[in-house]
Design a protein around this ligand. Structure first.
Ligand code: FE
Ligand code: FE
Ligand code: ZN
Length: 303
């Protein structure tokens, strides 16, 4: 079976899904993930059905299976806090709309950050998330929400498999819930991703490996357990190239799409313009060989 690998790509109002497919292909990928609008806000333009149709034709031609494509919900959506009822209801309604957008694009999986309890406490926060998901997943069938494993920054929930399991088991239509593992977040939450098979054994005991719907492949800028959530480029963080390769090629996760969310590279050290590292990181992953000079290659390529 072919490696299913891709990265975060853009999705613009003008080019829609077609632009995302083209960007992904330019990095030599066979899947990708995108936000249906800006990740930090909830403004969403209508879906361009003509571009969606063209995108599907291109995917067919290039053998990209739409089942492996992922939408990421905006990270300001927070189901864990219900103190402000309007905000909570807004989050629920936004997610319902996001599911409709996914359906109109023909996409099956939406990644969601479970949420931050911001003061209501972990137990109540987890209850709120399940309550919100129950409202969102009011039908037995439809796109799946993949709850992402979080670093545990601030009051973030979903930082342990136990917390994710608590959320999942309290949702009625939980056949529509899966999990998205994020290697940087797992590391920052305190899991030892360098012993990945043991980590999967633990996941199997608590949730079940069949529930892994997506994996975010990122190195980390911080030590295990730092609760920071700062992604690093492949091979230059605390996780390291060999450990990430072991995760990416793990036999038990063959069918699971792997998505890079590593930082863009600046050419002159300034922050004004940065460039995607994915073409180069994907190449190293496919070759299973780390190139010490890959950052330099990226800078030369985009110069
Ligand atoms: Fe995420
Ligand atoms: Fe992630
Ligand atoms: Zn992150």
């Amino acid at each position: 079976m072919k490696l299913i690998i891709g990265s975060h790509v853009s999705f613009t109002k003008e080019e829609g899904l077609l632009g995302s497919v083209k960007e992904s292909l330019s990095y030599d990928e066979n899947t990708f993930m995108f936000y249906t609008g800006a990740p930090q806000n909830t403004f969403r333009a209508p879906i361009n059905q003509e571009k969606t149709k063209e995108a599907k034709e291109l995917m067919e031609k290039e053998q990209i299976d739409i089942k492996n494509i992922i939408i990421h919900a905006p990270y300001i959506i927070n189901l864990a806090n219900d103190k402000d009822e309007d905000k909570f209801n807004f989050a629920v309604n936004f997610l319902k709309q996001e599911i409709k957008r996914a359906e109109s694009l023909g996409i099956d999986k939406i990644v969601l950050h479970p949420g931050s309890h911001v003061g209501v406490g972990e137990e109540k926060g987890l209850e709120n998330i399940s309550k919100g998901l129950d409202l969102v997943l009011d039908k037995k069938e439809g796109p799946i929400i993949c709850l992402e494993t979080m670093a545990g920054k601030g009051t973030e929930l979903g930082k342990t498999f136990e917390e994710l399991n608590t959320i999942i088991k309290n949702v009625k239509n939980n056949q529509r819930l899966m999990v998205c593992l994020d290697t940087c977040h797992l590391n920052d939450a305190g899991y030892d991703v360098t012993k990945f098979d043991e980590l999967l054994d633990e996941f199997e005991k608590i949730i079940g490996i069949e529930k892994i719907g997506c994996i975010h492949i990122n190195d980390s800028k911080n030590e295990k357990g730092a609760h920071k959530d700062r992604h690093e480029n492949i091979g230059i963080g605390t996780i390291g190239f060999e450990n990430l390769i072991n995760i990416i090629y793990n036999e038990r996760l063959k069918k699971v799409p792997k998505i890079l969310e590593t930082p863009y590279i600046s050419i002159d050290g300034g922050k004004d313009r940065t460039y995607p590292p994915y073409k180069f990181e994907i190449e190293m992953i496919r070759n299973k060989k780390f190139n010490e000079k890959f950052l330099e290659s990226i800078r030369n390529y985009y110069k």
